[in-house]
Design a protein around this ligand. Structure first.
Ligand SMILES: [Zn+2]
Length: 690
């Protein structure tokens, strides 16, 4: 469960640089005193905080800042991601100058990136690098060879509980981690897959927007076939779309996917009977899973549904579907015509982004994906000093203490549940910045000039690394985000948290800013992640990460009822007349926001040791705390991307996350919020879970 939606989101780079320059000159002349860390110009004080807190804290910035043409959304997360990419580029240039030896990580990173940037080599090869795969697909003559190719495509490309990524264009997604009830061994998790559009709703919903997108998607499939030189692209596209629509009909919904209790354990030998249709032994052999004794089947209705389609749907449909996905996912590494067509659909049509990002940014992201911790190691060495790590570890310790005090003071929680909650808090493993042990990339072969081959080898390398975990002791210190990721994540099965180095920077954490700022921004993020260990998901995983509800029934009933009130609060947000936020799909994240903000506020008060905070920039400490929180959710988003997020993401849109301050009594006191202001909630309607 991550802090933000998957697409990274963020003041302008210029504003950040100006702020940094101002700070530098101030420091040169006198000892630094902590700044308020607030972007005053970005606020809109003409709006009452109680009417629209997001507009009050961010309205000035929202009015002054266009979404750049190459972005689907723009805000704090995006600005920091851009800045991180820029830093990575300078790291790459420096290591190229230093001349890293063959086999060194820095050399692999440089070769991977430069191969992506070598457009002339990519153009001259055309789709030749894909020919071996397309030939293998064309050679499929029966259901056995179909199963073999389907199996050979499986990758570790989904994540059911940490990053909650449920999408893969392969028939199934594989995730490897601890067993739900057996934290001492790793298991392969089997998830539904196969769709090119983001979710089943895109195929089945009757809204005009979705119907239009379906037509545009079919045109995109046909365009890809045409570029690759296939005969009769429209007919191929129709077959692919019909097969995916059949898959969508057996797919679980996004809300169902979030329910861990739907998962079942099936022995490998049971798969052919439980999910008839596919040649399972052949598929598993090709996927490197022939010796896995037990599978955790995350989607026990969809897996049999998809397996049945493997038998019932025409072989030609499957071959077209495989060929399309092979071309489509390779598009970023193919000639410009493929890149353009891919962006035209996924960027423009699906996300509403007018222009594609510069190639170097795409290349940096691809490199970061392929060689995640090798890149992260370079980043952390230069940009994440030990002093910052120590300060954030201290902040984490404050938040843990505040959470413990919140548990102690709860009136509704039974004593036995409290004991278990405190146990879970005591064994929580918090990773700050980067992992204790770095991944070893020595077995990954990167070939200069082979952009697509490098990408495919990197994916396969990562898949094998994940499969190797099946034969090794469980590592509770494993990281699920790279250090250069601007985000944070809770890992329920490891009872652990990851706070990557790249999110530990202004405006989230500023070593020169005061406590109100850092607790309101970074503190709320840390509190958010801690609270996931105790929310509707976290309450189901004990101190060892085992799926075992450790709450009494009464406690759980109280929590559920409180959660329903929050779901109703978010259901009432309508970004468009025809579209509401899904309160249940986003409930876990919304609970984490409320609980995290409350814990951060209590930790902030504790840090003051009973003394009132100074007034700075005309704001009290509590006001600055909440303004920093609101500004940490600063974001603008295009309509198409917002619709996509609401359909597929477990996180509510950023503006409503800023507005969640309305659930805290201390926010009402800080800004004298009263009825009938729009965000005002009568005290019984404020959701207080912790
Ligand atoms: Zn979260």
């Amino acid at each position: 469960m991550s802090a933000s939606a998957t697409p990274a989101r963020r003041r302008s780079t210029a504003a950040l640089l100006l702020a940094a320059a101002a700070l530098a000159s101030a420091c040169a002349t006198r000892p630094p005193s902590p700044t308020a860390g607030i972007d005053l110009a970005g606020m809109d004080k003409s709006v009452a905080p109680g009417d629209d807190f997001n507009a009050y804290t961010n309205g000035g910035w929202i009015k002054a800042t266009p979404i750049p043409a190459d972005k689907p959304s723009y805000g704090v997360f995006t600005i920091l991601a851009d800045q991180t990419r820029q830093r990575l580029l300078s790291l790459l240039e420096d290591s190229a100058k230093a001349g890293a030896a063959a086999g060194e990580d820095a050399r692999k990173i440089g070769d991977y990136y430069s191969s992506f940037m070598d457009e002339a080599a990519i153009e001259s090869k055309g789709i030749e690098p894909l020919q071996p795969q397309l030939a293998a697909i064309a050679a499929i003559a029966d259901r056995h060879s179909l199963a073999r190719v389907l199996g050979s495509y499986l990758r570790a490309d989904v994540d059911a509980l940490n990053n909650t990524n449920f999408q893969t264009g392969n028939l199934f997604g594989i995730w490897v981690t601890q067993g739900l009830t057996d934290p001492s061994h790793s298991y392969p998790y089997l998830l539904q897959g196969g769709l090119g559009l983001p979710d089943r709703d895109y195929y089945l919903s009757s809204t005009p927007q979705m119907a239009a997108l379906r037509g545009q998607y079919q045109a995109h499939i046909a365009a890809m076939f045409k570029l690759a030189g296939f005969d009769d692209p429209p007919a191929c596209a129709a077959r692919v779309f019909a097969l995916e629509t059949a898959m969508a009909k057996v797919h679980a919904t996004r809300v169902e996917s979030e329910d861990v209790h739907r998962a079942v354990s099936w022995n490998r030998t049971e798969l052919p009977a439980k999910a008839p249709g596919l040649d399972w032994p052949v598929l598993l052999e090709a996927a490197g899973l022939a010796d896995a004794p037990v599978f955790i089947v995350w989607h026990p209705q969809a897996i049999p549904g998809l397996s049945a389609l493997a038998a019932s749907q025409p072989l030609d449909s499957w071959k077209d579907w495989l060929a399309f996905h092979t071309i489509d996912r390779s598009a970023p590494f193919l000639p410009q015509a493929f890149v353009d067509e891919s962006f035209s659909f996924y960027g423009k049509t699906l996300s509403g982004t007018p222009e594609i990002r510069p190639r170097w940014q795409r290349g940096m992201d691809a490199t970061s994906d392929a060689l995640g911790e090798a890149v992260g190691r370079l980043y952390a060495e230069r940009y994440f000093p030990a002093a910052t790590k120590a300060k954030v570890q201290a902040l984490v310790a404050d938040l843990v203490k505040a959470f413990g005090a919140m548990i102690d003071s709860l009136t509704w929680m039974s004593p036995e549940t409290k004991v278990r909650a405190k146990q879970k808090l005591a064994t929580l493993k918090v990773g700050v910045g980067y992992p204790d042990r770095w991944q070893d990339y020595s077995a990954l072969r990167i070939v200069k000039g082979d952009a697509l081959g490098n990408q495919q080898r990197a994916e396969l390398f990562e898949y094998h690394r994940q499969l190797d975990k099946l034969h090794q002791p469980v590592n509770r210190g494993e990281w699920w985000m790279t250090p250069q990721t601007v985000n944070a994540v809770n890992l329920p099965l490891q009872n652990a948290l990851n706070f990557p180095a790249a999110i530990i920077q202004p405006p989230y954490f500023d070593a020169d800013a005061d406590a109100a700022h850092n607790y309101g921004a970074m503190g709320a993020i840390i509190g958010h992640e801690i609270s996931h260990s105790f929310d509707d998901q976290g309450s189901q995983f004990d101190a060892q990460g085992r799926l075992a509800n450790w709450w009494t029934k009464d406690d759980f009933d109280h929590f559920k009822a409180a959660g329903e009130a929050l779901a109703a609060q978010f259901d009432a947000y309508h970004p468009f007349p025809d579209l509401a936020v899904n309160g249940h799909q986003t409930l876990s994240e919304n609970i984490a926001d409320v609980a995290g903000l409350l814990a951060a506020h209590q930790a902030y008060r504790l840090s003051l040791g009973g003394k009132p905070d100074a007034v700075k920039d005309g704001f009290t400490g509590d006001q600055r705390f909440f303004i920093s929180f609101g500004q940490s959710w600063r974001d603008k988003i295009r309509e198409a991307r917002l619709r996509l997020q609401i359909a597929t993401d477990g996180h509510a849109p950023a503006e409503y996350r800023a507005d969640t301050v309305r659930n805290l009594d201390s926010w009402y006191d800080a800004f004298q919020v009263h009825a009938p202001q729009k965000l005002y909630l009568a005290p019984p309607d404020r959701v207080r879970i912790w």
